[in-house]
Design a protein around this ligand. Structure first.
Ligand code: PLP
Length: 454
């Protein structure tokens, strides 16, 4: 026991040289993305006002591997490869025969996996002469990562932060400003989209969908000075995150094990895709049979209760339309303490895999999530981000199922971020002030009634 290894580190030479693009291996191609006005499939030219051509080409690429530029790998060296750990103390606490491993992305300077894509996004924009990036942030993880990435490349960063988070998490805005970003609570009066929302509801506390509308508008009307960056959902974002799973493949080999099940929380789908797609590749091409399990909040159950239809990516209906499991772009989330999981839709890649039966999904309620977070923290010593705690709740369910079945299952989950800036949520939980929110069926149906007719 005393010589049992529990931490599997890789040398920096093992930072992946390529991102893995699942589009090359999907049994059925992704449904086309449609223009919000014409409802026709959009082409690269339609995306040019928002994204640099290099990222647009990555978005539609069918190449299996895309090379990671040296400049990006140099910055990845600040925290990659991230550690893989065996949660021996958690296994003991749960008295489970399962072996539980977790990949820890919270060691990045921004505290989550988001920097894996923020850095290449800033890099490719800089290459094409863009002077700054606009974006939205909910919980603040993405705004933090993008503000760091922009400062690495000497670029401006303009952040629209969901108002309720801006008020709940003042330190997040302080961090972004430390890196030189400007941070505006959304809805704001700086954009037409924001003014429209405020006219309807002056007390709006905002949503990710509204903040996206504002950030997209700010880029599209900047005359090319700014482009827009999204922290999740898009194909190229998910692809950048595959450094996580590629490292895990090597680390599991070092550990002498292979996962029976991989578990990750899903908001827009990027950390889930990041850890799991390289293993889906093994399932599709090497006869492996790893179960891949997405965990979402019961209060925002896009995969488990949404419909697989075309919907707008944002609230105002100015972003492109994507076929996805959606709760409707008019979805107004409960004030859940996992801001990063409150998006109404889901990445197209994740939706296709789910629709094709290649992955599974479960929804977990908020109280179970925080209980899992506390159990994990006391066992392993890390306070997880509330988003990440959803994955932990899923892993604990799986470890308990393994115990009931008397099976030594190998579980791998993605601990995609730490929760050091989420302590007000933990305080609320420990003061018994949190409740479960089951999203009401009537609200889902009302939001569904506003879906665009394709
Ligand atoms: C943003 C974020 C999420 C949700 O986004 P995904 O694209 O689904 O990964 C989950 N966890 C953390 C820590 C985040 O920062």
């Amino acid at each position: 026991m005393s010589d049992t290894v529990i931490r599997f580190d890789l040398p920096q030479s093992d930072i992946p040289h390529h991102w893995y693009n699942i589009q090359a291996d999907l049994p059925r191609p992704l449904p086309p993305v449609l223009h919000p006005g014409t409802h026709q499939p959009i082409g690269p030219a339609d995306l040019e006002p928002l994204f640099p051509m290099a990222l647009i080409m990555q978005e539609v690429s069918q190449d299996r591997y895309i090379e990671i530029p040296d400049e990006v790998r140099e910055i990845y060296k600040l925290w990659r490869p991230t550690p893989l750990l065996r949660a021996r103390r958690l296994e003991k606490m749960l008295d489970t025969p399962a072996h539980i491993y977790y990949k820890y992305e919270g060691v990045s300077p921004s505290g989550s996996h988001k920097l894996n894509t923020a850095v290449p996004q800033a890099y490719f924009n800089k290459q094409e002469g863009v002077s700054g990036l606009t974006t939205e942030t909910g919980a603040g993880q993405w705004g933090t990562a993008l503000s760091q990435a922009c400062s690495f490349f000497g670029m401006e960063c303009v952040v629209y932060m969901v108002k309720v988070s801006y008020e709940q998490k003042p330190y997040r805005a302080a961090i972004m400003r430390s890196f030189g970003a400007s941070v505006t609570p959304s809805p704001s009066s700086l954009t037409q989209a924001g003014r429209g929302i405020l006219a309807q509801n002056p007390h709006s506390t905002g949503s990710l969908g509204i903040a996206i509308s504002e950030a997209v508008e700010a880029a599209a009307t900047s005359g090319g000075k700014y482009k827009y960056a999204l922290g999740s959902v898009l194909n190229h974002v998910l692809m950048h995150q595959t450094v996580i799973g590629q490292e895990c493949l090597k680390q599991m080999e070092v550990a002498g094990a292979y996962p029976d099940v991989i578990i990750a929380p899903t908001g827009g789908g990027s950390n889930f895709a990041g850890i799991s797609l390289p293993f889906v590749h093994q399932n599709l091409t090497a006869g492996k049979k790893t179960r891949i399990l997405a965990i979402e909040p019961a209060a925002c159950p896009s995969l488990t209760r949404g419909k697989y239809v075309y919907d707008f990516g944002d609230t105002a209906g100015i972003a492109p339309m994507v076929k996805m499991y959606t709760l409707g772009h008019g979805f107004v989330p409960a004030p859940l303490h996992a801001g990063g999981l409150r998006y109404h839709g889901m990445a197209s890649v994740v939706c296709e895999l789910y629709d094709q039966g290649l992955i599974e999904a479960q929804a977990v309620p908020q109280l179970e999530t925080f209980s899992a977070a506390i159990t994990f923290a006391r066992a392993e010593g890390i306070i997880p981000a509330p988003e990440a705690a959803h994955g932990i709740a899923g892993a604990i369910r799986e470890a308990q199922a393994a115990k009931e079945a008397g099976e030594k299952r190998v579980i791998l989950f993605n601990l995609c971020g730490h929760g050091h800036f989420d302590m007000s949520a933990y305080t609320a939980y420990m003061n018994d002030e949190l409740t479960d929110y089951e999203y009401p069926q009537e609200a889902i149906e009302a939001a569904m009634a506003q879906l665009p007719q394709i």
